[in-house]
Design a protein around this ligand. Structure first.
Ligand code: SF4
Length: 193
C-alpha cells in the first residue's frame, strides 16, 4: 500500500485509533513509543537549585547501570511526594534538564589568579589544597582576638561563607560548626535570600 505524506501525518495525528493505513494495527507500537522516554530510567530525588523555595524534583537518567556508558539525564519533573511543591515546578525549574545536560556547564574547579584576566581549570586536589592554604594564611593574618576595649572576641571578619538551598541539614550542621570554629561571623545561605 502506498502511503502519501498527507496520509502519513493524518495517521500520526489519529494515534491509536486503529491505524490500518500501514497494513497493521500500530496502536500498541505508538503506545510503547510514548512510554519509552522514562520507561528504563533510574529515578533520583533531588532539589531544584535555582531558588529558596527548594522544590523537590525527580531526575530520570539512562545508562547508569552500564559500565561503558556515560549516564544521561533524559527528563526532570516535579516530585509529587514532595511537601513543598507536590509535583509542580515553575518554568525555571521545568528547564532543569537543559541546565544539567549543557555543554557550557562547568564541571571542573576554576581559579583566576591575582592580576590575571583568565580563568584556568585546576584539579579538585589542587583546589582543596589552595583553599586550605589561603584560609589558613588569611586567618593567621587577620584574626581578631580582642576588640578595641580589650574584650575577647575571637572573630574572623575577612572570610565569608555562603551555602546553597540543596545543602542538607547534616551538611549545614557541619559547615556551621567548622566555620564557627574558625571564628567566622559572616555565614549565610542562599535559601534565606
Ligand atoms: S522550581 Fe521554581 S520555585 Fe521551585 S525551587 Fe526551582 S526555581 Fe524555585
Amino acid at each position: 500500500m502506498e502511503v502519501s505524506r498527507r496520509t502519513f501525518f493524518k495517521a500520526g495525528l489519529l494515534g491509536g485509533v486503529g491505524l490500518t493505513v500501514f497494513g497493521f494495527d500500530a496502536a500498541p507500537l505508538l503506545a510503547q513509543t510514548q512510554g519509552l522516554k522514562i520507561s528504563r530510567t533510574t529515578e533520583t530525588r533531588s532539589t531544584c537549585p535555582y531558588c529558596s523555595v527548594s522544590c523537590g524534583v525527580i531526575i530520570h537518567t539512562i545508562g547508569d547501570k552500564a559500565k561503558n556508558v556515560t549516564p544521561q539525564v533524559v527528563h526532570v519533573e516535579g516530585d509529587p511526594d514532595h511537601p513543598i511543591n507536590r509535583g509542580t515546578l515553575c518554568p525555571k525549574g521545568s528547564s532543569l534538564q537543559q541546565d544539567i545536560m549543557n555543554e557550557r556547564r562547568l564541571t571542573k574547579p576554576q581559579v583566576r589568579r591575582p592580576g590575571s584576566t583568565k580563568w584556568e581549570d585546576i584539579s579538585w586536589d589542587q583546589a582543596i589544597s589552595d583553599i586550605a592554604r589561603l584560609v589558613k594564611k588569611t586567618r593567621d593574618d587577620t584574626f581578631i582576638a580582642t576588640d578595641s576595649e580589650g574584650r575577647t572576641v575571637n572573630r574572623l571578619e575577612s572570610i565569608a561563607f555562603t551555602g546553597g538551598c540543596t545543602d542538607t541539614n547534616e551538611f549545614n550542621f557541619l559547615v556551621v560548626k567548622t566555620m564557627r570554629s574558625l571564628g567566622l561571623t559572616y555565614i549565610e545561605n542562599q535559601a534565606r535570600v
